[in-house]
Design a binder for this molecule. Structure first.
Ligand SMILES: Cc1cc2nc3c(=O)[nH]c(=O)nc-3n(C[C@H](O)[C@H](O)[C@H](O)COP(=O)(O)OP(=O)(O)OC[C@H]3O[C@@H](n4cnc5c(N)ncnc54)[C@H](O)[C@@H]3O)c2cc1C
Length: 313
C-alpha cells in the first residue's frame, strides 16, 4: 500500500534554494519535507569550487551543499531524495505530490526545482551526447586530457567551465555568437592567462560531426555567413538555462521560457505555492540568491499557514 504523508510544507528540489527553504520552514516550527528526483545538493554538487559564496572562501560545491543539508537536518526536516514523481497537483486542497513510493499531502508547496543547461538544438548534439558532447565539465573534464575541446557560450558559466577544461585540454576553443564575452571582467582577465585558450567570436555551432565520437564541429560566421570546420574531440555547450518545470508547468503563471513568476514574497499565482531559486523569473541565478529565495519563500509559506489557520478559528 502507498505510504501517505501529511506535511505543512513540501519543497520540491533539494538544491541551495530547496535546502535553505527547508531549514527556514522547519525552524518556523511547521512539518517540512524536501523531495528531490536526484541526490540532494543541486547544481553546486557538480562543480568544483565556489569563489563567491560569502562566509566560505573557495568552498567545494559538494561540501558546501552537504553543510546546507546538515543544517536542515538540525531542525528535523524530512528528506526524500531519489524520488520518481508520478504527478504534482498544486491546485487541489491539500496539494498532492504522488511518487512511486508515497503520496504527499501538502498545505503549501515551495517549487525549488532549479534549471538545466539549454541544448544547442543542432544536428549531432543528441547523437553524440556522452560521446563527445557534455554539459558538465567537472563530471567529464578528465576524459579530455591532451585533447581539443570546444566550449560554446560567452557568459560566466561558459568561461568558468572553459578555464576548468583548459587544465586538461591541449587546446580549448570558446565559440561565442557575439563580438564580446558577457562574462564578468574578473573572469575575462583570468581567461587571458591561459595560453591554450582561443576565442572564436561571431560564430555559432551549426552541426556536431563524428563517427564513434565527436571529431569536428561545423561553424557559421554570423557576420560573413561563411561556414568552416573546427577539429575538436569534445563540445561543452553553456548557452543558458531552461527551468525544470516538468509535472507542474501550466498550473502557475510562467514566462515564455517557462520560468515561474512570483511576487516579492515569492508567492506564485496560486495560493499556498511559492517558488525559489533558478526556477523563477529572477535577475540573478547564483547560490547566494537561491539560498536567499529559500529563506523568503519559507518565511512567507509559514505566514500563509498561520493566516489560513486564523481564518478557520
Ligand atoms: C557550471 C555552473 C557553474 C556555476 N558556478 C556558480 C558559482 O561559482 N557561484 C554561484 O553562486 N553559482 C554558480 N552557478 C549557479 C548555481 O549553481 C545556481 O544558481 C544554483 O544552484 C541554483 O540553486 P537552485 O536550488 O535554485 O537549483 P539547483 O541547484 O538546480 O537545484 C534544483 C534541485 O531540484 C531537483 N529537481 C529538479 N526537478 C525536480 C522535480 N520535478 N521534483 C523534485 N526535485 C527536482 C534537482 O535534482 C536539483 O537537486 C553555477 C551553475 C553552473 C551550471
Amino acid at each position: 500500500m502507498t505510504q501517505v504523508y501529511n506535511f505543512d510544507v513540501v519543497i520540491l528540489g533539494g538544491g541551495p534554494a530547496g535546502l535553505s527553504s527547508a531549514m527556514y520552514a522547519a525552524r518556523g516550527n511547521v512539518s517540512t519535507a524536501v523531495i528531490d528526483i536526484n541526490p540532494f545538493g543541486g547544481q553546486p554538487s557538480n562543480y568544483m569550487v565556489l569563489e563567491n559564496y560569502p562566509g566560505s572562501i573557495n568552498s567545494g560545491g559538494f561540501e558546501l551543499m552537504e553543510t546546507f543539508e546538515q543544517q536542515a537536518d538540525l531542525f528535523g526536516v524530512k528528506k526524500f531524495p531519489m524520488q520518481e514523481i508520478l504527478s504534482i497537483d498544486l491546485i487541489s486542497d491539500p496539494k498532492v505530490i504522488l511518487t512511486t513510493e508515497a503520496r504527499f499531502n501538502a498545505k503549501t508547496v515551495i517549487l525549488a526545482t532549479g534549471a538545466q543547461a539549454k541544448k544547442l538544438g543542432v544536428k549531432g548534439e543528441e547523437e553524440f551526447t556522452g560521446r563527445g558532447v557534455s554539459y558538465c565539465a567537472v563530471c567529464d573534464g578528465a576524459f579530455y586530457k591532451d585533447k581539443i575541446v570546444t566550449v560554446v557560450g560567452g557568459g560566466n558559466s561558459a568561461i568558468e567551465e572553459a578555464m576548468y577544461l583548459a587544465r586538461f585540454a591541449s587546446k580549448l576553443y570558446i565559440v561565442h555568437r557575439r563580438n564580446e564575452l558577457r562574462a564578468d571582467k574578473i573572469l575575462q582577465d583570468r581567461l587571458k592567462t591561459f595560453s591554450n585558450i582561443e576565442i572564436i567570436y561571431n560564430s555559432v555551432v551549426k552541426e556536431i560531426i563524428g563517427e564513434t565520437n565527436v571529431t569536428k564541429v561545423l561553424l557559421l560566421n554570423t557576420i560573413t555567413n561563411e561556414t568552416s570546420e573546427l577539429q575538436t574531440d569534445g563540445v561543452f555547450p553553456y548557452i543558458g538555462l531552461i527551468p525544470n518545470v516538468e509535472g507542474f508547468s501550466g498550473q502557475i503563471k510562467q514566462d515564455a521560457m517557462g520560468f515561474i513568476y512570483t511576487d516579492e514574497t515569492l508567492k506564485t499565482s496560486v495560493d499556498g505555492v511559492y517558488a525559489a531559486g533558478d526556477v523563477r523569473v529572477t535577475p540573478l541565478r547564483q547560490v547566494i540568491t537561491a539560498a536567499s529565495d529559500g529563506a523568503i519563500s519559507a518565511v512567507y509559506a509559514v505566514k500563509y499557514l498561520e493566516s489560513v489557520k486564523e481564518k478557520v478559528l
